[in-house]
Design a protein around this ligand. Structure first.
Ligand code: ATP
Ligand code: MG
Ligand code: MG
Length: 306
């Protein structure tokens, strides 16, 4: 018996990782589509896995993926019959988890988005749209930091695009709170984490080093993301080359002219080696506002086309 299977109809797969999978599901009663992240875990990893929902549940903001609820269901012990009769999903479970280990599954029900920022960035977008996307990401991050939380896994795969057909607008949403940690007090904002989790291109030097971090570790990742948002790449290969150059503080050739000086100095600040030299999320927001004012047409909050 599974309440998940009782309540939801699976529509398709949205994503897959070492953790398990994310399914697009329709709730049988309210007829709304949700993304449900299913994480199968061994009992000794329970606290680590549950941390994701503890962090995510406390965040309510326009630019954060909306969390609905979570539930843990016991996995039925596998019998040979199950293996033969059951669908594709049980096969996948045994690949990612190992059928001999007993474990439970955590189901996280969230709002369903229409794709990642990563996919979106290869589309043709005007400067105005790019600055608008940048601003929305920073608004979400300001809120996360106000809540004394460090996301620790900011990258273009963990930021989502949602096209709200009813309101006819596009929304930008930060998601995946699997690595998020919180600091305790205003006087002690540092947190010790295992070093080098997260994606290498986006990791601040202190993340790869001591693992003693504060909210400024997110600002470094934000710098890389804002570079990607403001500098279009036409292919993923080109994007990777640009990211490698950026690690060495080298900006692409087409940013050579003076016109891009304010972009370069803005992003360089966010990528400072010393966390204390990086601006806060609030300061970044003000700076984006200023760049927007410099741009020829600066109507704010214009929805992205498409
Ligand atoms: P990995 O172990 O691969 O890093 P993860 O723990 O980071 O996975 P998520 O980032 O939460 O897991 O989700 C994995 C993928 O599932 C995402 O990259 C995205 O493609 C899809 N996905 C996750 N949440 C949603 C959502 N709310 N709406 C739409 N798609 C989603
Ligand atoms: Mg992710
Ligand atoms: Mg994750």
């Amino acid at each position: 018996y599974s309440r998940y299977k009782d309540d939801f109809e699976e529509i398709g797969k949205l994503g897959k990782g070492g953790f398990g999978r994310v399914m697009k599901c329709k709730h049988k009663l309210d007829d709304v589509e949700y993304a449900i992240k299913i994480i199968k875990f061994a009992e000794n990893r329970r606290d680590e896995v549950v941390r994701e929902v503890l962090k995510h549940a406390g965040l309510h903001h326009e630019n954060i993926v909306r969390y609905h609820q979570a539930r843990i269901e016991e996995c039925e012990p596998k019998s040979d019959d199950d293996n033969k009769a059951d669908s594709v999903s049980s096969n996948e479970d045994s690949v990612s988890f190992g059928s001999d280990i007993h474990g439970d599954s955590l189901y996280i029900q969230m709002e369903c988005c229409d794709g990642t920022l990563f996919e979106h960035l290869f589309k043709e977008l005007g400067d105005k749209d790019r600055l608008w996307i940048a601003k929305k990401i920073v608004e979400g991050l300001c809120y996360i930091h106000e809540k004394k939380t460090i996301h620790r896994d900011l990258n273009t795969h963990n930021i989502y695009i949602l096209k709200d057909a009813r309101e006819r607008v596009t929304k930008i949403k930060i998601g995946d709170f699997g690595l998020a940690v919180s600091w305790k007090s205003d006087t002690d904002t540092k947190v010790q984490v295992k070093s080098s989790e997260g994606i290498d291109y986006y990791n601040a030097p202190e993340v790869v080093g001591t693992g003693l971090i504060d909210a400024k570790a997110d600002i470094f990742s934000l710098g890389v993301i804002l570079f990607e948002v403001l500098h279009p790449s036409s292919t993923n290969r080109e994007r990777i080359e640009n990211l490698i150059d950026l690690k060495g503080m080298k900006f692409p050739d087409d940013w050579k002219s003076d016109q891009y000086d304010h972009y370069k100095s803005f992003i360089s600040k966010l990528l400072s080696k010393n966390p204390n030299d990086r601006p806060s999320a609030q300061e970044v927001l003000l700076q984006i506002q200023q760049i927007q004012d410099l741009s020829p047409s600066s109507e704010l909050d214009e929805p992205v086309e498409g």
